[in-house]
Structures are given as structure tokens and as C-alpha cells.
Design a protein around this ligand. Structure first.
Ligand SMILES: [Fe+2]
Ligand SMILES: [Fe+2]
Length: 334
């Protein structure tokens, strides 16, 4: 049987578990938080007071902080790219079945998207109300990013895609959590809560995607190992890899943002390595037996990779020069 067909078979076999994953890792609409729960409610008089307080609190945040928050928000706002990508993965079928029910995988993708959509929404409204950033420039960046799409090197392969999403969900959990901590430290209570609650969603999503991979490992260990190896070998690229400013090509913006995130300690190379270690441990790749020779080698590579990456990371210095983004210029922040 061709490889893709085996993958399709495995995806079909796991289908029966997906409703359970949705129940376990996602929260029904009526029970989950909404952006408004954490933003000033403008329907009442006190809403305007809360906006004033939000703007007061926002005065203490530094330049790198705003750059990182904007890029985090833009990354979340490019959700159409991620949903359409995942909808195209082998085994995910957008068509409803003859009985009118959704294909379980596409139902997962839709419900996951519904949860994710609240993240960009929350941060966008916060940034708008803060008055500290150039919203029009940011909006252009978001539109560019959606236009440019991404290429995360997974193709339509569900195994590789679920490695990617496992990795990314934990990466976003870490970065939102750290941004929230920094905000809180500077007295930004509202923003601290927003980032924290978003980080909580990302954690649930991470736990779901790593479970998908673990389940696939039970059915097709060698191929799953090779897919994991392939993704780590070419490195996990960030969803905002094509980030750009208005009037600029895709070149520097992502790197400058990433440098700001490293300087702040919001997301660093060491976090990347930590995530890899966590995935290795959760999937218990060291205990996996009955692998093909090739998969055995892939496993050895993955086991050694965290140490190898740490040695390299120790030698690389983080650039200290601050780049001026159009998103955050002329607001009096140095
Ligand atoms: Fe998110
Ligand atoms: Fe997420």
C-alpha cells in the first residue's frame, strides 16, 4: 500500500476517538471565556473608566514589549491561513457525511479554529484601546501575512502536521504566558489576565495535538518517527515566517521580531530546545521498540538533538540593536 494510503487508514482508524478529544480538550461555546470578559465593557459608563485605566497602565511598557505583543497578535490574526492549511491535510474532509454529520477531523479543525479566533480578537482590541501603537500599519501587516500565507514544510501529511501543531501550541503557550507575566510586573492587570487566559487555551491545544501524535505512534511507529525526525531536522518554522511591514518585502521583519522576543526572554532558542525535550519525553521515543532501521536512526538523532542544539545555542549571541518598526513608531517609547 502506498504511504499516503496507510496514513489515510490510520487517520480513519483514529476518527472514532476525535469526538472524545473534542470533549476532553476543547470547551463548549457557552462555557468558555470570550474577549469581552477581559476587555472594558463599553456598554456601561464604567467601560470608559476602564479604558482610561487600561491606557494608564499601558504607559509603562517598553519598545520591545510592544513589538512582541503586536507580532503575537498578527500571528494569531492570520488564523485563516492555518485553518485552510489544516483543512487540506490528508484525512480531514470538509464535506459532511451522508448522514449530515461532520467528518470528525474537520469538526476538530473547526472547533479548534473557533477557540483560536478569540485570541487575535482579544489582543487586537487591547492594542487598539491602548493607543500606544500604529493600528493602521499593524492592520496592513496582518493583511500582508494572510496574503503571503506560509509553508511549514509539512505538506498534506497528517503526521508532520500534528508534530508541527504540537510544537507550535506549546511555543505559543510559553510566549503568551511570559508576555502576561511581564505585563503584570509592570502593573498591567488587564493585559496580564488576557495573556494568561490565552496561554491556557494554547496549553489545552498542545495537550490535544500531542495526544494525536501519541495515538498515531501506537498505530504506525516507524513512519511517525520518520515524520517527527523530518520536521525537527528542517527545523520548525514559525507561522509568521513571512511577516512584513507595509512597503517592505519579506526579509527582516520576522527576524527583528524574534530578536526582540529573545531579548525580552519571551521566547528563546532554549525554549525551542525545551519543547523538543518535552515532546521526546511525552512520546517516550526512547522506549519505542520494533522500529525499522531507518526509524531507529531517526530516533537516535532526535534523542541527541537537544544536547546538540544547546551547544550551538550557547555560542550564539542575541543581537542587541533595536529595530524601529512602523507598528510602534512615534509613540514616545524608547
Ligand atoms: Fe492562539
Ligand atoms: Fe494555538
Amino acid at each position: 500500500m502506498a504511504l499516503e494510503n496507510i496514513r489515510l487508514e490510520v487517520m480513519k482508524t483514529i476518527e472514532s476517538k476525535v469526538d472524545g478529544f473534542i470533549d476532553q480538550y476543547l470547551i463548549p461555546v457557552d462555557d468558555i471565556w470570550q474577549p469581552t470578559d477581559f476587555l472594558p465593557n463599553l456598554q456601561g459608563e464604567e467601560g470608559l473608566e476602564n479604558v482610561k485605566q487600561l491606557r494608564e497602565e499601558a504607559k509603562e511598557l517598553g519598545y520591545d514589549f510592544w513589538v512582541v505583543l503586536v507580532a503575537d497578535m498578527v500571528t494569531e490574526e492570520a488564523l485563516p491561513t492555518y485553518e485552510s492549511w489544516l483543512m487540506d491535510v490528508e484525512g480531514v474532509d470538509q464535506q459532511r457525511r451522508a448522514d449530515g454529520e461532520q467528518n470528525p477531523w474537520s469538526k476538530w479543525v473547526r472547533h479548534w479554529t473557533g477557540e483560536e479566533n478569540r485570541h487575535g480578537d482579544t489582543l487586537n482590541k487591547y492594542l487598539y484601546l491602548s493607543g500606544r501603537v500604529n493600528m493602521r500599519e499593524i492592520e496592513k501587516t496582518t493583511q500582508h501575512l494572510i496574503n503571503d500565507g506560509f509553508d511549514i514544510g509539512t505538506g498534506r501529511d497528517p503526521y508532520k502536521n500534528f508534530v508541527y501543531t504540537s510544537f507550535q501550541e506549546l511555543a505559543t503557550n510559553i510566549s503568551h504566558k511570559r508576555v502576561g507575566q511581564l505585563a503584570k510586573k509592570k502593573g498591567n492587570k488587564m493585559l496580564g489576565k488576557m495573556c494568561n487566559i490565552i496561554a491556557g487555551d494554547e496549553m489545552r491545544h498542545y495537550m490535544a495535538y500531542r495526544e494525536f501524535v501519541k495515538t498515531i505512534f501506537e498505530h504506525d511507529p516507524s513512519e511517525m518517527m520518520l515524520a517527527f525526525h523530518d520536521m525537527m531536522k528542517k527545523k520548525i518554522v514559525m507561522p509568521a515566517q513571512f511577516l512584513r511591514e507595509s512597503g517592505e518585502g519579506i526579509a527582516q521583519a520576522f527576524e527583528n521580531f524574534s530578536n526582540a522576543a529573545q531579548r525580552l526572554g519571551v521566547y528563546t532558542t532554549y525554549d525551542y530546545i525545551e519543547i523538543l525535550k518535552k515532546l521526546n519525553a511525552y512520546w517516550e521515543i526512547d522506549k519505542m521498540r520494533a522500529l525499522t532501521d531507518e526509524a531507529e536512526k531517526a530516533r537516535d538523532y532526535l534523542m541527541k538533538l537537544p544536547d546538540r542544539m544547546t551547544r550551538i545555542a550557547d555560542r550564539i549571541a542575541i543581537p542587541q540593536d533595536q529595530y524601529t518598526f512602523k507598528w510602534v513608531e512615534n509613540n514616545g517609547i524608547i
